[in-house]
Write a protein that binds this ligand. Structure first.
Ligand code: GLN
Length: 452
């Protein structure tokens, strides 16, 4: 049924970069055989999933949305991929994304943008926009994403689905093509909170192949999603994430949700996190710095594309020609920004300063979580914007991540759940729920209450 749905709608939505119907049916048969043999598979055995094309898959191409990886086939599976297979999930194909996950709209994909199923002229968010569009258009019940600076929560919000950024280190980065390693976090998309929790549980947990993986039990996310009760919980509304610059329809739905949570017995207070205003500038130094280092591996020798290698040129020339042809404009912008910020003489003023701001943001979170159990805000300042509207204005594009980025810098858990449609445009609005490090279950608990 899902393969039929893909055939029916994906020519308009463009959620997928690669679909392998035959392989999907083979996987389904294998799952049937495992069940017949009495294998104990998880609760998601046999459920189809769309997989972000930034996770290595040994049976499908992996492009990261970039021309530089066109035609590359990884020799191995990412840990997340492997765990999906072990749990019996059926990978339908790989979804579109901004090149190397750099963007908020999928317009930076080298393979063209994905479209928002609510209004095809609008963006489905990004960078995991193919994954959000696939689930919102019923091409898959579940999908995977990665959230470095909001890339799961923002696409979930603007397509009216659930998207969760687990605690950093709670889900493995092994085999995930690196953008900013201290921030990159795999997480689930689903159409309801319980499905998202089941998927997070299926691929999370300690991984010895990722040195930043947390060696602790997965928080009880499924139980929390089933519980969905907020009586007695202390909820903080972040003063700095709302107000000026936010779309009125987004704020209206947010305030209604605050009232709903109070009526369900939560104790809601306003909390101030004064350094959150510096999160965006700090992120746009730290993320490009890490990217400039991570993307040095695309040297025309090791993977994918190689340009100008006709026996007359040096390795340096081939590298320069390949990187010039293979990387898109946003990736080049970030490599230049990051290289500059890390260069000697500027390091302390830019990268070093941004790291200090990062510490202050974590301290704001710590202080807030002494007062309340979770923090809430709108997930995004506006609903989905039209494709093309912010494409030439990186600063306007970066603002889409205003509310999501603080949680990436501090590494805590955060989810986006749908909370209604904006009056002005009838488009979905997301509520963001932020919880302490390893408090992922609280995100699901509050999310489930809002969903009911
Ligand atoms: N939009 C942000 C950026 O461009 C976040 C991307 C992400 O989370 N992968 O960096």
């Amino acid at each position: 049924a899902h393969l039929d749905r893909i055939a029916e709608v994906d020519s308009k939505v463009s959620a997928f970069l690669h679909v392998d119907a035959q392989r999907a049916l083979e996987q389904a048969r294998t799952v049937d055989e495992r069940i017949a043999k009495g294998d104990k598979l998880g609760p998601l055995a046999g459920v189809p999933i769309a997989h972000k094309d930034i996770f290595a898959t040994d049976d499908m191409p992996t492009t990261a949305g970039s021309k530089i990886l066109e035609g590359w086939r990884p020799p191995y599976d990412a840990t997340v991929t492997r765990r999906l297979r072990e749990a019996g999930l059926i990978i339908l194909g790989k979804t579109n994304l901004d090149e190397f996950a750099m963007g908020s709209s999928t317009e930076n994909s080298a393979y063209g943008p994905s479209h928002n199923p609510w209004d095809l002229s609008r963006i489905p968010g990004g960078s995991s926009g193919g994954s959000s569009a696939a689930v919102a258009s019923f091409q898959a019940p579940l999908s995977t994403g990665t959230d470095t600076g909001g890339s799961i929560r923002q696409p979930a919000a603007v397509t009216g689905i659930v998207g969760m950024k687990p605690t950093y280190g709670g889900s493995s980065r092994y085999g995930l093509i690196a953008f900013a390693s201290s921030l990159d976090t795999p997480g689930p998309f689903a159409r309801n909170v319980l499905d998202a929790a089941l998927l997070q549980e299926a691929f999370s947990g300690h991984d010895e192949f990722d040195s930043t993986s947390i060696d602790a039990p997965v928080p009880p996310v499924v139980e929390a999603a089933r519980q969905g009760d907020v009586a007695g919980l202390r909820i903080g509304v972040v003063k700095e994430l709302g107000g000026e610059g936010f779309q009125p329809g987004v704020l209206a739905r947010f305030h209604e949700t605050v009232d709903l949570l109070e009526s369900l017995g939560a104790k809601v207070v306003e909390v101030s996190c004064p350094t959150f205003g510096y999160a965006l500038p700090a992120y746009y130094l730290i993320a490009p710095s890490e990217c400039s280092s991570n993307l040095a591996r695309f040297d025309a020798m090791r993977y994918g594309l190689r340009v100008g290698d006709d026996g007359t040129r040096s390795a340096e020339e081939v590298m320069a020609l390949t990187r010039a042809a293979g990387f898109g404009p946003e990736v080049k912008r970030r490599i230049m920004l990051g290289t500059y910020a890390l260069s000697s003489g500027y390091y302390d003023a830019y990268y070093g300063q941004a790291q200090k701001v990062r510490t202050l943001i974590s301290r704001d979170f710590e202080a807030a979580f002494h007062q309340v159990d979770v923090l809430i805000s709108p997930t995004t300042p506006t609903t989905a914007f039209p494709i093309g509207e912010r494409a030439d204005d990186p600063m306007a594009m970066y603002l889409a991540d205003l509310c999501t980025i603080p949680s990436n810098l501090s590494g805590n858990a955060a989810i986006s759940v749908p909370c209604g449609l904006a009056d002005e445009d009838g488009l979905p609005v997301g509520l963001q729920i932020m919880a302490p490090v390893l408090g992922d279950d609280r995100c699901y608990r509050v999310g489930a209450a809002v969903e009911k």
